[in-house]
Design a protein around this ligand. Structure first.
Ligand SMILES: Nc1nc2c(ncn2[C@@H]2O[C@H](COP(=O)(O)OP(=O)(O)O)[C@@H](O)[C@H]2O)c(=O)[nH]1
Ligand SMILES: [Mg+2]
Length: 665
């Protein structure tokens, strides 16, 4: 299993010399770095440890001016090689880099005491004690210390052995079916084109796959992969990779971009986090100016403390990040915060929700958000999907990878497990929290009942309106999302993009989501027999048209009138004179009491049957007849015969050919 080891430590303490000695590769590749004898940007090298384990190194600059480059490289590493000069001892960037490793939760590492050839063993022992003190209480408290002198080859075997031992304890990097490669370097190779490098996490990446560079959303193709200098067909997580991309120019990709698979990730400008403030720093505050580091990316950020007015030094709190530029963030991803004015690392922590809904309003909203975030912390990654559904009520399946932090089969398995535990329901296009699913169907039933109440003569509620009841109940279903969120065009356009295979999926509640949710709820009610679907409407099973006393009297007069008229049409005006308005006539047509042979012209149902019977009698065996023949056979006037015949044509009873007709079938 491959691993990535990152160096850390103060400038000139011997990081790059140690990597050169361990790997034979000089990580300082820039001319300027060679000229100044100082690492400015990230360097990369790899080697095979005595166990046969392959490791990639990310060598970082130690100078305080280049901490941002250090942060770009340290994001994906799973083991640290912290370097301390045995002469100089602990220095400011020793402390800052250690704090960063600690904030990132990097819990395995080896400490190299360098330049022991110059320092002598007494001084080296002194510094060792000092380093131990500094490590206490951090993730690296138990890291082994090795004395080295890289140019002389001293201590190298021991460093290799300790790295092996440390990496034995590193858990297998998780595969969540959702690969991501934060880009830390971009260059052009003649004949191949654009190449990006980074540390792969979250899933496997294969050649000849379609991919997306975020945040821009540019579609690319993975033309080739190289791991530690060798071409590979596919690569597993926690690997240093060079990726040859087709479909993008070198100038169109930059450090901090993220290579992902289509539809699985989405950039965000808002994230709720648990942040720590380092001891001895200014409190983390809303009015401070900060930079956030995540993966290989950096963005200006404004803080909104959620559970207190600020995060005091040495303490932690829940904080909403308002990012100045879109970042690709994973739930439970570690981030680092620097004060941009003072240019120092001040804190960091874990992203808990990279897609918080709507602004937090008032005390109730704030308290609920805090509870939700604490529930996410308690649930952890494995419980995230259920928490997302509990918070939102319903989520488009297309948005689940970004929200729940998993993709492909892994997401399918997580959803199936949540369904199994009664924490989720899976619809055609929507994943539901069980109570939201219940509420959605209740909302539809209530809406249909209310419709019956308001329009007792209607056959039922137009199905579109019944579906929209779910949308109207959205403020309850979506919990802290007001239905106003539906008007966010962001969601709709992104969803459309995802459907066509274009942009990333939306994670906000969209019109498409509500339409799908409404259809799922109505269809389920119909399938369960709780609603009856009749053409364009749905109704409760026991709903029938209900006439009041006056309407019953009108109906009786109309029925008597059309019975008396026989095969002679009655106009709307004639029936209106009996008290029947258009609405009542519609109902009588629907009930089959009347037949509307043409707009505004009605016959009694019995008269129509009688007329057809006359035609069958007069023109058996498909014999043709003219309109005049028919008029005579039916014993009616031309005023009735013509619209009646056209009605019979339309309903397929008669077949017309020029001036002649015959009975069908
Ligand atoms: N004598 C001696 N010199 C060293 C040792 N490690 C590094 N150096 C030298 O110290 C200088 C700074 O080392 P470098 O690796 O560039 O430091 P970095 O800034 O931490 O990467 C270089 O001139 C190295 O050759 C060591 O163990 N012994
Ligand atoms: Mg260096």
């Amino acid at each position: 299993m491959p691993h990535v080891v990152g160096t850390a430590g103060h400038v000139d303490h011997g990081k790059s010399a140690l990597i050169l000695a361990l790997t034979g590769t000089d990580p300082d590749r820039l001319a300027e770095e060679k000229a100044r004898g100082m690492t400015i940007d990230l360097g990369f090298a790899w080697t095979t440890l005595p166990s046969g384990r392959e490791i990639g190194f990310v060598d970082v600059p130690g100078h305080e001016r280049f901490v941002h480059n250090m942060l770009a490289g340290v994001g994906g590493v799973d083991c640290a090689l912290l370097v301390v000069d045995a002469m100089e001892g602990w220095q400011p960037q020793s402390a800052e880099h250690l704090a960063i490793l600690d904030l990132l939760g990097i819990a395995t590492g080896v400490v190299a005491l360098t330049k022991v050839d110059l320092a002598g063993s007494e001084r080296a022992a002194e510094v060792a004690v000092q380093v131990r003190e500094r490590l206490a209480g951090t993730t690296l408290a138990d890291a082994p210390l090795v004395e080295t002198a890289a140019p002389a080859g001293l201590g190298l075997d021991q460093v290799r052995a300790e790295l092996d031992r440390a990496l034995d304890r590193v858990a297998e990097p998780p595969d969540r079916g959702r690969p991501r490669l934060p880009v830390d370097r971009v260059f052009t190779i003649r004949g191949s084109g654009t190449v990006v490098t980074g540390t792969l996490s979250g899933g496997t990446l294969a050649t000849e796959t379609e991919a997306v560079v975020l945040p821009a959303g540019r579609r690319v193709r993975v033309r080739g992969l190289q791991a530690h200098g060798r071409p590979v067909e596919r690569a597993a997580p926690a690997r240093r990779l060079a990726v040859n991309l087709a479909g993008v120019a070198t100038a169109e990709v930059a450090r901090g971009d993220v290579l992902t698979l289509p539809g699985q990730w989405r950039p965000t400008r808002l994230a709720d986090c648990r942040l720590r403030c380092l001891p001895g720093r200014q409190p983390l505050r809303a009015r401070g100016a900060y930079l956030l580091y995540a993966g290989a990316a950096e963005a200006a950020v404004r803080l909104q403390p959620l559970d207190a007015s600020e995060v005091p030094p040495g303490d932690h709190g829940l904080v909403r990040l308002h990012l100045g530029a879109p970042l690709v963030l994973d739930p439970f991803e570690p981030v680092v915060l620097r004060d941009s004015g003072r240019d120092e690392t001040v804190g960091g922590g874990l992203v808990l929700d990279p897609f918080p809904l709507a602004p937090v309003h008032g005390t109730t909203g704030r308290v609920r958000r805090i509870e939700e975030l604490e529930a996410r912390e308690a649930a952890g990654r494995d419980g995230l999907l259920a928490r997302v559904l509990a918070e939102r009520g319903l989520v488009a399946l297309a948005a689940l990878p970004a929200l729940a932090g998993a993709g492909g089969d892994r997401l399918g398995a997580a959803l199936a497990a949540a369904v199994e535990q009664g924490l989720a329901l899976r619809g055609r296009a929507v994943a539901w929290a069980p109570d939201a699913w219940h509420q959605a169907r209740e909302a539809v039933l209530r809406a249909v009942a209310a419709h019956h109440q308001a329009e007792p003569l209607a056959a039922g509620m137009p199905v579109q309106l019944a579906r929209a009841a779910v949308w109207r109940a959205g403020s309850e279903l979506g919990r802290n999302r007001a239905p106003a969120g539906l008007r966010s065009d962001e969601g709709a356009t992104r969803e459309a993009g995802a459907a066509s295979g274009g942009g990333p999926p939306s994670v906000s509640v969209t019109q498409a989501l509500w339409a799908a949710a409404g259809a799922e709820a109505v269809d389920a009610l119909v399938a369960a027999g709780q609603l009856v679907a009749e053409g364009p409407v749905v109704r409760l099973p026991d709903h029938g048209v209900r006439f009041d006393a006056a309407q019953r009297a009108v109906r009786a007069r109309v029925e008597a009138a059309v019975a008396e008229a026989g095969v002679t049409v009655k106009s709307d005006a004639e029936l209106a004179a009996l008290g029947a308005d258009r609405g009542l006539l519609d109902v009588l047509v629907r009930l089959g009491v009347l037949v509307r042979v043409a707009p505004g012209l009605h016959l009694g149902r019995g008269a129509l049957d009688q007329a057809v019977g006359s035609l069958r009698h007069a023109f058996p065996d498909g014999r043709s007849f003219t309109a005049t023949d028919a008029k005579q056979a039916m014993g009616t006037t031309r005023k009735t015969a013509i619209p009646l015949l056209e009605h019979l044509d339309r309903s397929g009873v008669t077949v017309r050919n020029g001036d002649l007709r015959r009975l069908a079938g």
